[in-house]
Design a protein around this ligand. Structure first.
Ligand SMILES: *Cc1c(COP(=O)(O)O)cnc(C)c1O
Length: 350
């Protein structure tokens, strides 16, 4: 604390990201990064951009990327918003679309950045309990609210809410902005972007950090009605005119154009997930049904924090959340077959 701080800073409770260890050699299954590299075409596009033009500012509207995203999803350019990672897109959403007095609703077990943004922007919220199977119950969102947000598939559970249920939620809340945070949708779900033309209150966010393996580039996006997008553009242009740099614009656009690489790597992750679920189940773990690039698992006889510490001693890091209801679970990112085997070996080794 310092006398120089603005008063609200002392009450902020910042988000705590998963560890990014400085040691190499660790089997890193703790932050849901993609084990496969980015598309070679994305890397090539970025190399081509490494030149004298870096002295110039990038396109403030990132039109090249906006067009690539719009044509990929079959929407118009004015239905797409881009940001420096979907975390930044989410921050602008909270700031611009959720400050209505009534509480924002999101699941009690969900992305831990949501309450952090509520703190940053002074937004009241209510955490809506998932059911006993850790599923979202759409009926529970029929109550006065200033907006609704949830990850789909949910994080850190990995559980998917079917598209029909997303649509029921939209129909029940026509006067609220409903944000579906689809950070993991490409690993087993159907995107709600197909609904944006029918529901002007729907905003879908996605990221290139997970399925497109570009977490280090920081690119995220939102798709929705032009009026919602305009609110986000107003915030963005009052905050940072150039959230996407020259590398990010061309690299992300090229990633969207390399469909074959995208499909191949997603398929490999999904195959490994099914293998890992089977192996862990055989070892006595209970694994929640996952549509993401991670799984959420608990062992009835083994303490989760101890298992995480035991894995760490053997160079495998997974994520453990010290939170009510999920303190006995571990979130394990799907790695390459070799990494997944290292995890299984470390579990067997006592
Ligand atoms: C990873 C993640 C994000 C943020 O991704 P960025 O790297 O900031 O694009 C957003 N929401 C959820 C649920 C995530 O898991």
């Amino acid at each position: 604390m310092s006398k120089f701080w603005s008063p609200f800073v002392k009450d902020l409770v910042p988000y705590v990201p998963g560890e990014q260890p400085k040691l190499a050699k660790l089997v890193k299954l703790n932050t849901n990064e993609n084990p496969y590299g980015p598309s070679p075409k994305a890397l090539e596009a970025m190399r081509g951009e490494l030149n004298d033009n870096l002295r110039l500012y990038p396109d403030p509207n990132s039109d090249l990327l906006k067009q690539a995203v719009a044509s990929y999803y079959g929407v118009q350019g004015n239905q797409v918003f881009l940001g420096n990672g979907s975390d930044e897109v989410l921050a602008h959403i909270f700031h611009g679309l959720f400050q209505h007095g009534a509480p924002l609703l999101f699941p009690d077990i969900s992305y831990s950045f949501y309450p952090v943004y509520c703190g940053l922007y002074g937004i009241p919220f209510e955490a809506v309990a998932l059911d006993e199977q850790f599923q979202i119950r759409v009926e529970d969102y029929r109550r006065p609210n200033g907006g609704i947000i949830f990850p789909n598939p949910n994080a850190p559970t990995g559980c998917l809410l079917a598209l029909e249920a997303v649509e029921q939620l939209l129909q029940a809340n026509p006067d609220s902005v409903v944000v579906v945070d689809e950070a993991y949708i490409d690993f087993g779900g159907q995107t709600a972007i197909s609904l944006v033309d029918r529901y002007p209150n729907l905003l879908v966010t996605q990221t290139l950090s997970k399925s497109r393996s570009l977490a280090g580039l920081r690119v995220g996006l939102a798709v929705g009605h032009p009026d919602l997008i305009e609110a986000l553009e107003r915030i963005k242009n009052s905050f940072n005119s150039y959230p996407l740099d020259r590398m990010a614009i061309v690299g992300a656009a090229a990633a969207f154009e390399d469909q074959a690489y995208f499909e191949e790597t997603c398929r490999k992750v999904i195959e490994s997930r099914e293998y890992l679920v089977a192996e862990l189940t055989q070892r006595g773990f209970e694994v929640l049904p996952s549509a993401a690039n991670f799984i959420f698992a608990r062992h009835p006889q083994q303490d989760a924090a101890q298992v995480a510490a035991h894995l760490r001693e053997q160079g495998v890091i997974v994520r453990h959340f010290k939170q009510a209801r999920i303190a006995q679970f571990l979130r394990i990112t799907i790695g390459t077959p070799e990494q997944n085997q290292a995890l299984l070996d470390a579990l067997s080794h006592s």
